[in-house]
Design a protein around this ligand. Structure first.
Ligand code: ATP
Ligand code: MG
Ligand code: MG
Length: 555
């Protein structure tokens, strides 16, 4: 691995270890199972798991499943799959819901110590009494109940005697605290809802603030890393741990990583799925791990992106093109080069005998020693070439084909364009060329010099495929900061489907090649990097473009 300087959290950990505060560190990645993981989560995963790989220790996967309404085992499974795919192994698989009994006991302890009470204010009145950042709040009329009365009411809350919203358990701290979160925060609420793991056992559920830090402590998490919006919660985190006299986990905050031209919020991504703006959580246009995987991104490209864009103390917006930089870097080293014509026009080589054909060969990957082997490419009199590679009136420096121009056919021969055919509408339908037999790639004795190289596919041997080209999902850099709804800024051209692309015959083996090697990816020469899509059937091969060869996003 390469030398890199430590980020600020790594520095904290290094110092803690040097000073002997811990002999090993424990971190956790704590997703709420209410959606699929996105690129922002990948950043948190790389940070949490990366820390315990760099330093002595381990990382737990903890599902923060304290809200029964939005959570589902489907998400649990998807999250586990994504973390594994990213290349990380958790030490323990834990669930906050497994701690419900312990957490209930913690709440009872607070009540017994005069540090919690059952409130009957509705949410509006509670908000009014909370005050403002510049104005102290006021005590609830229910604040001074006796311990016995609180214990009785809390038990009855647990037993299901009360309706949702009619009672809450609040920590008794200080209604004049400068930190609004310390003004008697709610720690338990009533929700008569089935939980994805505990079923109907509970009808009261702990709030985030009364589950997260406590779960960290139960697991002896040393460094509990979260995002900046939890800074104001740190006081409460420390207060509760101190009052409960449990393991003193410490909270550290870093900035969320956001990508431009997309949204990274599970709630918004769920809207895109539910309202069918995309085909699912794993739509290749989604910034989810599963979407990026289906699009053809590799685990290492995502890890490199996360690690090399660093860990910041301020919210920042990162260019999507940077993610593309890392996948290009990866795929350039590993992908097999192939030829596919996306927008075909026919070329006839008039001096190549009718009925004749020959097998040429092309290296799989010029970037590696031995070229990763080679494949056979059939060549014949009629070829498909890319429509944009011919111009009737080419400008200067057009190094492909036009009347009188010469170009090299990749892995084959040099051809010269002599003529072309138009249909009644004036559209070019056929290009006529002659080829130079002594210019064959690898054994060229023609002495001809040409600047351009073009890809092609033999008409007789071509297979067809569906090719899906993707563009940014939104037209605005920060769709959720624009006026109106973020969905108003969806890019109507984020997906272009080419139903009838021509591919060289070896590409028809792509599904088998993927089975042999799940990392198998292709560079369609001059067109970008592609992978086989899960929608492929024996009759309809589908390729996704992962990324173009060059950055086409530059402003
Ligand atoms: P969302 O708003 O997408 O629901 P969340 O923070 O509520 O995000 P969690 O499931 O609670 O989602 O996240 C698990 C962990 O991932 C948390 O520690 C959270 O701070 C972190 N995380 C979430 N989004 C980002 C992001 N954009 N950048 C970095 N870390 C993130
Ligand atoms: Mg969260
Ligand atoms: Mg959330």
């Amino acid at each position: 691995s390469e030398e890199k300087s430590l980020n600020f959290i790594e520095e904290i950990v290094e110092t803690d270890l040097k000073e002997g505060k811990y002999d090993k560190i424990v971190t956790r990645f704590p997703p709420e199972p209410n959606g699929f993981l996105h690129i922002g989560h990948a950043s948190s995963i790389c940070l949490n798991f990366g820390l315990t790989q760099t330093f002595n220790g381990y990382t737990n996967l903890r599902f923060d499943d304290t809200n029964p309404i939005t959570e589902d085992t489907v998400y649990v499974e998807a999250i586990k799959k994504d973390i594994k795919w990213l290349g990380f192994k958790w030490e323990n698989e834990f669930y906050a819901s497994d701690y419900f009994d312990i957490l209930y006991g913690f709440a009872v302890k607070l009540i017994e110590n005069g540090l919690a009470y059952v409130d009957e204010l509705n949410s509006e009145d509670m908000a009014t009494l909370k005050g403002t950042p510049t104005e102290a709040g006021k005590n609830s009329p229910f604040r001074d109940r006796s311990v016995a009365e609180n214990l009785d009411l809390f038990t009855r809350m647990k037993n299901g005697e009360f309706e949702d919203g009619s009672r809450t358990l609040r920590a008794k701290i200080d209604m004049a605290h400068v930190n609004m979160i310390m003004r008697d925060p709610i720690i338990y609420r009533i929700k008569h809802a089935k939980h994805h793991r505990t079923g109907d056992k509970w009808c009261i559920y702990p709030m985030y603030d009364f589950a997260h830090g406590q779960s960290d402590a139960i697991e002896h998490v040393t460094h509990s890393i979260c995002t900046l919006e939890f800074i104001p919660h740190r006081d409460l985190y420390n207060f509760l741990i101190a009052q409960l006299e449990i393991y003193p986990s410490k909270q550290y905050e870093f900035a969320r990583k956001n990508l431009n031209y997309t949204v990274t919020s599970k709630r918004k991504l769920l809207q895109l799925v539910n309202e069918k703006h995309v085909t699912g959580w794993d739509d290749p246009r989604m910034p989810t791990i599963s979407g990026l995987r289906r699009r053809g991104f590799t685990p290492s490209s995502i890890r490199n992106f996360c690690n090399r864009t660093g860990i910041a103390k301020r919210e920042n917006l990162i260019e999507f093109s940077l993610l593309e930089f890392f996948i290009r870097e990866d795929l350039n080293k590993t992908s097999w080069r192939r030829m596919a014509v996306l927008d075909p026009i026919k070329m006839v080589i008039t001096n190549y005998p009718e009925g004749q054909e020959e097998m040429l060969h092309g290296e799989n990957n010029p970037e590696v020693e031995g070229h990763d082997g080679e494949r056979q490419i059939p060549f014949s009199r009629e070829l498909w070439i890319e429509r944009e590679d011919f111009m009737e009136e080419p400008p200067k420096k057009f190094f492909r084909l036009g009347p009188g121009l010469m170009s090299r056919l990749k892995n084959a021969y040099i051809v010269r364009c002599d003529d072309f055919v138009k249909d009644a509408e004036g559209d070019v339908t056929e290009i006529h060329c002659t080829y130079f037999p002594e210019s064959k790639s690898g054994e060229d004795t023609s002495g001809l010099k040409v600047k351009g190289t073009m890809h092609w596919v033999s008409v007789k041997h071509a297979k067809t495929a569906e090719v899906r080209l993707y563009d940014r999902l939104f037209t605005a850099e920060e769709p959720d900061r624009e006026e109106g709804d973020f969905k108003d800024y969806l890019n109507p051209e984020s997906l272009v489907v080419l139903k009838n692309a021509y591919i060289e015959p070896d590409l028809a083996n792509a599904p088998q090649q993927l089975e042999e090697n799940p990392d198998r990816r292709y560079q369609f020469i001059r067109k970008g990097y592609f992978c086989v899509d899960a929608d492929s059937t024996p009759d309809n091969l589908v390729f996704n473009r992962t990324v173009t060869l060059k950055d086409t996003w530059a402003k």
